[in-house]
Write a protein that binds this ligand. Sequence first.
Ligand code: 5GP
Length: 117
Amino acid sequence: MAEETIFSKIIRHEIPSEIVYQDDFVTAFKDIAPKAKVHILIIPNKVIPSVNEIEPEDEILVGKLFTVAKKIAKDLGFAENGYRLIFNCGRDGGQEVAHLHMHLLGGEPLHSKGFCN
Ligand code: 5GP
């Protein structure tokens, strides 16, 4: 069983966060230190530490992160203009929290912000 992080507490509403979407499988909430006008983290409720630990049985769950990202972008009105989705993996990838998360960045042009989060 993978170790929990602060993100599990967010999923369980044990610490405050601005949750924008939640169902039985996925939770999405605003990043505490936004790097763009809109910066949302989309995570599986199940603890998967990083991309390296995604197993074949997680494929549908990981796919759901994308359909939730698309829905949020549409609901917030920037799906047509476009947005950026990022997964950081491990130390060299700059991953700080060991709970798989997709960064959804948008709501403004991102060209000048480089390719990293
Ligand atoms: P990473 O660098 O691991 O890809 O991204 C982790 C992200 O989680 C960072 O953008 C950071 O700002 C965000 N973050 C870390 N702790 C918290 C927290 O307690 N609440 C929220 N909403 N975001 C957090």
